[in-house]
Design a protein around this ligand. Structure first.
Ligand code: ZN
Ligand code: ZN
Ligand code: FE
Length: 755
């Protein structure tokens, strides 16, 4: 029998213009055969000779569409009766195959050129796109990814656009959001009282308003941004006042790297990150000048910077606009605004103007935020541009839904061997965020045709996600699992590294419900994908006022001081605080839970050094403590503070009271920057010593670092270095964040092993 070649291409190859690309290339190389999608891969069947196929495959590798990621190409020969006369794209045959949705793609260089080409029909058209770029995930209403299943369905293509869409030689062949100024979406500039601004050039008018210091809500890809001139103190302060967001930093956008370099340090690697297709907000080290308003990232050594990713963004800049604040348009902790009518109602008291457009956003997605670290990066927020990229797991499982934790919530679905974590949803205690959470679960179930056989949540009985999961399991009559919070962090990092088997987990965060009913957050675990044991932890701190202690950080500090100082002595350190009340709470154990949280230790030290007494946003005190230590970063000049190990049965506790005593003493005559840096170095040493102690009993070399505290790259760096020098294999997150947004991935992995 005759033989044909069978080429399998794995990776992110669907919805990124890959099959049209293959088709074009096949015609160029005179290849005969077919191309189609199959369970996440693209398959080419060809009757051409190997001599012709080899250069064809090389061409695929070197000229693939920019947003496609090829993991693997395999070539084999199979017996077949098929005869191919030409080359064509054929419809996928399998009905129940896994459907992938691409993330939103930054404008490509070809479109960018056309955008500023006076002769082009899309000159200055803010919605220009092609198969290599444009919105994807945020406009999708259903799968498969076809125009009729997106919010572009209401725009009828003009004949010229239609021609491109159907022309295999065009870059816009099956570009689903294809449009031009004749047939596509358009901009509307409106005042905050509803008056439409009647002008010839909406973009120029918007730029003028920004230059005058006006605050404008601008609809983008995943939702609205609030824009203001980042160099204008008045504009920034007005925005702060209206947004009631105190010290929370704002992200800043500039249109060129040269402009960014005027106010931030940009390494070669950071430049690559800024220019990458997901176009995330990159946390860069601030330069010591006053180009940006000093109110943008108060008390921090970094500023979040991103480059334009939609054509509209590019049009908003000129020489007189060095940088714009582009912050997610939301009220306090609510989800990002993404619908025109709602945005108008919610934002009209915050902004002066609105720049609307009429391409609907169906799935809101905040900008992603990353923090560079050792030629890699830490996800602070994995959202627009990355979501919904799947993470391939080494498991084969029935469909599972993981509902995440409470703060920085994401959900995750597991289907076949792919985990798909959702975009950033937010803090579920917020009513709107909880609605958004439920919508996201519904959408993911619909898009990926999820038929869940299990739902999995946190161990905390009162999390809204837990209650939702219990109800959902009952209603659908499916299995229900709960995973302890820090074990879920552990599993998230384990599977993020595609590791199976035992590891030591160092899991530090702010708060998580422990199996003893206390609040955990400074945990050393030993475990694998099925079971874990808590082998060491930080000695419990009393948290007078419970959750309030993570905001009013002096409560943590006073609690630690009360272990060795009298009330009078504490009052001298905190003359303006109600020390008496806090001590009474502690003494009488009223609303004073116990916690091993390292996040609270950071809070206490931040307060003790007078850096931050009151966190006005999540984790402000720890972030500012890290920020001041930055001037010593990488220096060998530090002190290791004392601490104690206390053996209890088969585990041990770490007592940091000796360190607190020392810090109290040192703060009289040493700068807080040096003390903060020494505190970081001491924590890294504690980790390394503890892991070595655990190794003696368990002989495990793999060490997992997870939990929100490891977003602190000073700690992460030193810890990694010490552990590696001690012969350990250090595993850190690659695809998801170490913070609570990574929990849902750990949860589905757990359930896949139990179901
Ligand atoms: Zn393009
Ligand atoms: Zn058109
Ligand atoms: Fe956590």
């Amino acid at each position: 029998m005759k033989k044909i070649f069978f080429i399998t291409i794995q990776g992110i190859v669907q919805g990124v213009g890959f099959r049209p690309f293959i088709n074009k290339l096949a015609i160029k190389h005179k290849i005969k055969g077919i191309v189609y999608n199959k369970t996440g891969s693209v398959i080419i069947e060809s009757s051409s000779s190997i001599k012709k196929l080899k250069p064809f495959i090389e061409d695929i590798k070197s000229n693939k569409p920019p947003s496609c990621i090829i993991e693997k190409i395999t070539l084999k020969q199979i017996k077949s009766k098929k005869i191919f006369k030409n080359f064509s794209i054929v419809k996928s045959k399998k009905a129940n195959e896994m459907k992938f949705i691409p993330p939103d793609l930054k404008i490509c260089n070809d479109c960018l050129k056309e955008l500023f080409d006076q002769k082009d029909k899309r000159y200055l058209y803010p919605f220009i796109n092609c198969t290599n770029c444009g919105p994807r995930f945020t406009i999708i209403k259903n799968t498969p990814y076809d125009r009729k299943n997106t919010t572009m369905d209401k725009f009828i293509m003009c004949s010229s656009c239609n021609k491109e869409y159907n022309d295999i030689k065009s870059r816009r062949y099956h570009a689903e959001p294809n449009a031009c100024s004749l047939c596509g979406p358009e901009l509307i500039l409106q005042k905050n009282n509803g008056t439409i601004i009647d002008c010839d050039d909406v973009i120029s008018e918007t730029k003028n308003l920004l230059k005058q210091g006006k605050i404008i809500a601008i609809k983008g890809i995943g939702g609205f941004h609030i824009a203001a001139l980042a160099t204008d103190d008045n504009a920034v302060l007005t925005l702060k006042k209206r947004k009631k967001r105190t010290k929370k930093p704002f992200a800043v956008m500039s249109d060129t790297i040269e402009k960014v370099k005027k106010y931030a340090y940009v390494s070669e690697y950071e430049e690559i990150l800024l220019n990458s297709i997901p176009a995330p907000i990159v946390l860069l080290k601030k330069k010591n000048n006053n180009l940006l308003s000093k109110y943008i990232a108060e008390g921090l050594s970094t500023v979040g910077v991103f480059l334009p990713y939609s054509p509209l963004h590019f049009l908003l800049f000129d020489e007189d606009i060095p940088a714009l604040i582009m912050t997610s348009a939301n009220l306090s902790e609510e989800p990002i605004q993404y619908k025109n009518e709602e945005a108008f109602l919610y934002l009209k008291d915050i902004v002066d103007f609105f720049l609307f457009h009429n391409r609907d956003i169906n799935i809101p997605a905040d900008d992603s935020v990353i923090k560079p670290f050792n030629n890699s990066f830490v996800f602070i927020r994995r959202s627009r541009g990355y979501v919904p990229l799947p993470i391939k797991l080494n498991v084969k499982s029935k469909d599972i839904i993981g509902v995440g934790a409470l703060l920085r919530n994401t959900i995750c679905i597991l289907k076949d061997n792919y985990a798909i974590p959702s975009q950033h949803i937010g803090d579920l205690e917020n009513e709107k965020a909880f609605e958004y959470f439920k919508e996201t679960i519904e959408n993911f179930m619909k898009f990926y045709e999820v038929n869940p056989k299990a739902i999995v949540c946190d161990l905390h009985p009162d999390y809204l996600s837990t209650r939702f999961a219990i109800e959902f399991a009952k209603e659908k009559n499916i299995k229900f699992f709960q995973v302890q919070h820090h074990y879920a962090h552990f599993l998230s990092c384990l599977v993020d590294n595609n590791l199976h088997g035992q590891a030591i987990g160092v899991i530090f965060d702010g708060t998580g419900y422990g199996i003893d009913g206390n609040i955990w957050g400074g945990e050393f675990l030993v475990g694998d994908e099925k079971i874990f044991k808590r082998v060491a932890h930080f000695k419990n701190i009393k948290l007078p006022g419970g959750d309030l202690a993570s905001k009013e950080t002096f409560r943590c500090s006073i609690s630690l001081l009360s272990e060795f100082l009298s009330e009078e002595e504490i009052k001298k350190i905190y003359p303006d605080k109600n020390v008496n009340l806090i001590l009474t709470l502690i003494k009488k154990s009223i609303n004073t839970p116990l916690s091993s949280s390292v996040g609270r230790i950071f809070d206490a030290v931040s307060s003790l050094l007078n850096i931050c007494d009151l966190s006005t946003y999540d984790a402000e005190a720890p972030m500012r403590l890290e920020a001041i230590a930055d001037i010593y970063n990488d220096k060998e000049n530090y002190e290791i503070y004392p601490y104690k190990f206390i053996k209890i049965n088969n585990s041990f506790e770490i007592d940091i009271i000796p360190m607190i005593k020392k810090i109290l003493e040192k703060r009289q005559d040493e700068p807080p920057e040096f003390i903060s840096y020494s505190f970081h170095m001491t924590l890294a040493e504690i980790i390394c010593k503890t892991v070595n102690l655990i190794y003696k009993d368990y002989k495990i070399k793999n060490v997992i670092l997870s939990g929100g505290v490891f977003q602190n790259t000073i700690l992460l760096k030193k810890t990694t270095e010490l552990l590696k020098n001690n012969g350990f294999n250090v595993l850190f997150h690659k695809n998801v964040s170490p913070n609570d947004s990574g929990i849902s991935l750990g949860q589905v992995f757990f359930a896949s092993k139990k179901i």
